[in-house]
Design a protein around this ligand. Structure first.
Ligand code: SF4
Ligand code: SF4
Length: 200
């Protein structure tokens, strides 16, 4: 019958209008910004850099400046400069670190490829929502200090994934410590044998 579709559409509208007064499932309008936006669990926008210790964020960045993410980023919006010296990474190995790490979030398309290719669990997708800025450069070109966020924050926004990463890094740290202990014991035994061999 002519007009059936219109009547069906109006019935759905009326059902939702009435339902929105008493059924929480039909209260689809969020009163943002008075009520913070409810973001889905898998929501992501721009990357951030994980730091091990919030009190020393630049000294404990997981990033070792390997530049893989910089090469793989499709719109080329990551810029990294390597250090000349080394510092211990999240597993205790001596590694380079980024003296410069910047992301142009005006260009970033949130594809997460940088996260997928990072071999050191150093870069993860953030869940921030209010990122509007009035200046395209000072507001949206984020530097190393602005990108760094603590591992505790990572655990808060992606608990399951962060727990897996923490367990893996702890296992790697333990293996590195055991290897160092074994090497030290072997060196001590060798030195003792040499001393015993040279004794009259
Ligand atoms: S999310 Fe995608 S576009 Fe953004 S920095 Fe990472 S690789 Fe580049
Ligand atoms: S974030 Fe990861 S892939 Fe990118 S430079 Fe740092 S360690 Fe390498």
């Amino acid at each position: 019958m002519l007009g059936t579709g219109i009547l069906q559409g109006l019935a759905v509208t009326a059902k939702n209008f009435v339902g929105s007064y008493h059924d929480p499932a039909r209260m689809v309008t969020q009163e943002y910004p008075d009520v913070p936006a409810k973001l889905p669990a898998a929501y992501r926008n721009f990357p951030f850099l994980v730091t091990e210790n919030a009190t020393d964020p630049m000294g404990t960045l997981h990033c070792v400046a390997c530049q893989i993410c910089e090469k793989e980023c499709p719109p080329q919006c990551i810029y990294i400069e390597k250090s000349k010296d080394k510092k211990p990474d999240a597993t205790g190995k001596m590694q380079l670190y980024p003296t410069v790490f910047a992301i142009d979030t005006a260009v970033c398309m949130g594809c997460q490829i940088c996260v997928e290719v990072c071999p050191f669990d150093s870069i993860k997708m953030d869940k921030v929502f209010e990122v509007a800025a009035t200046d395209r450069f000072s507001g949206l070109l984020l530097n190393r200090e602005q990108l760094a966020k603590s591992n505790a924050y990572y655990n808060q926004i992606h608990p399951t994934e962060a727990a897996e990463v923490d367990a893996r890094l702890a296992a790697e740290r333990k293996a590195a410590e055991e290897k160092a202990r074994a090497a030290a014991a072997a060196a001590a035994a060798k030195a003792a044998a040499k001393t015993a061999g040279s004794a009259p």
